[in-house]
Design a protein around this ligand. Sequence first.
Ligand code: IPM
Ligand code: MG
Length: 369
Amino acid sequence: MTAQHSLMILPGDGIGPEVMAEVRKVINWLENNKNISFTIQEDLIGGAAIEAHGTSLSTETLEKCRTVDTILLGAVGGTQWADVDYAIRPEAGLLKLRKELDLFANLRPAIVFDALANASTLKTDIVKGLDILIVRELTGGIYFGEPRGIEDLGNGERRGINTQVYTSSEIRRVGRIAFELAKKRQNRVCSCEKSNVMESGKLWREDITALHDAEYGDVELSHMYADNCAMQLLRDPKQFDVIVTDNLFGDILSDEAAMLTGSLGMLPSASLGAPGTPGLYEPVHGSAPDIAGQNKANPLATILSFAMALRYSLEQTHLADLIEDAVQDVLSQGQRTPDIMAPGCTEISTGAMGDALIGVLDLSMANAA
Ligand code: IPM
Ligand code: MG
């Protein structure tokens, strides 16, 4: 029996369409070689949607997204929209998609592939073998809190306002995801906030602790102030297994963790909601307008995001493993896009990286036959 899955592809802006074209190659390969087939729709988000429809996420696109098994997104944003109002920016479309689908848990793994241990700006022994997972709360906190805005106070003085706000249930549901994932890993969760200065942080710590004591006593829990966590990630990142934190701290700490691995171009992410909701899978990197259209972008983060979709939304664990192993092999062969280029390696384009990966997948079939 061929497994049938519906997929929405949202390439977005900048390098999004280029990296997504490489994912298409992987999807085609799976359809041709494995018992799996996809019904694919493609639509606009971000700046591309603003240009076409005047909005970064149209109602029609959102409604289509609700009906599919899983959603793959490239990237949104670009310098040409930098001065546009927040409510109608490219980023607003992504935030709306996360919020409307209630994708409250954002999984951001930071893994150092053996072949790339030298690519980090940190000493190799600090990062070699690193495998941490940041679970970022994605639909609450200061990103969505009210009141927000810029007020005119007169006399040329203005006031900018954003509100950090969390409820117990928002904290506990993302905490639950972190504890469950930790059980399948090294069984350790570090919860990060600023309970020394913020009430929402105090509540965060109390609720995570209560959840732990009630349901996850077998998982090792520690707490850390987010600023200390930022420092510890650089000092000794391997002390962490799963880090659970709020929306804003998670945004910052996940970029830092990404850089430990040497390239933002390698890191995938998954955004998950309640069971039955389509997951949203996207690379951690942005739209990289500086290299867009030059066939230079690293497609591996988006390809690994698709692997996460196979793992977390489509229950195709063995196919996710297959793709992740193929990525390891391509890197071991010394094939590198410019962002991860190293002495002695071969610099290749976005398209060539996709082709190299397909080559490795073909080889895996030939070896298995
Ligand atoms: C991310 C990005 C987004 C965020 C932007 C593009 C809205 O930085 O996914 O980390 O801040 O969440
Ligand atoms: Mg970010």
